[in-house]
Design a protein around this ligand. Sequence first.
Ligand code: AMP
Length: 307
Amino acid sequence: MSLITVGTMAFDALETPFGKVDRIIGGSATYVAWAASNFYQPIKQVSIVGGDFPQEEFDQLAARGVVFDGVEVVKEGKSFFWSGRYHLDMNTRDSLVTELNVLEQFNPQLPESYQDCEYLMLGNLVPAVQQSVIRQLRNRPKLIVMDTMNFWMDVALADLKETLKLVDVLVVNDAEARQLSEEFSLVKAAKKIMAMGPRFLVVKKGEHGALLFHEDRVFSAPAMPLEVVFDPTGAGDTFAGGFIGHLARTGDISFDNMKTAIIVGSAMASFCVEKFGPERMKEISHNDIARRMQQFSELVNFETATV
Ligand code: AMP
């Protein structure tokens, strides 16, 4: 059995109030794989890169149990490139450049070895490509989690809505939930989005944590209050990787276990923001993760007073 992750493997240029980098490794699938591989292996990647994507990055991920049979390398092409600038609050950002490059021609053909997929993480990517991966799997995975972003709502909304009908969990940020539902109240937004297909909705709220909706239930998780937030890029994908990694490891997709998965995702995201790009994800150990999970638990534990 395996966990498939679909998404971009990319170069990013970033500007935050703390610094600027011109060309570092990024991409939704890159971050998902770094986070999820702490909990579950193998991770079978589906993506496309140009000949410019460094072999060293593949090697580092391969050492973490990430498999690349489903990653197309277009030798003469250029990898997806994205550049973003963060506002002072670090919660909001502007996309400055989105160059699809090889992504424009991406039509993944799933290798036979990927047919054992039990958990499918559709990282942020062209919605039609996300959908094509679902349709190529002969047996429906036990759980399909999908991430997306405002860019695809702007340029491919119809395809996005078709893909939504096929997934179990949608993970978006608060602004995206509002854009997709055209509702300001996140409770109303959640109802509308769950009527579009996903039985579960996770709404990420940056430094304010995340909400999990399912039927008429809701769970609210905090974010770790951090002294240093250096670069939030990839925090959303890292969250998603931790979330599905925990579910895959435990094999339990109940609402209660999803609450824990949200805390695992939040813990992973809290590491991601501590350095530029995926650097911090490469350093952390199981002990670091366990310690941060404990801090999360202490953060929200309190006695209920009698009133
Ligand atoms: P996050 O901060 O979690 O939203 O993820 C940022 C990562 O997503 C960056 O490393 C980008 O390379 C990648 N990215 C940015 N825009 C897109 C897009 N439209 N589709 C897929 N991946 C994207």
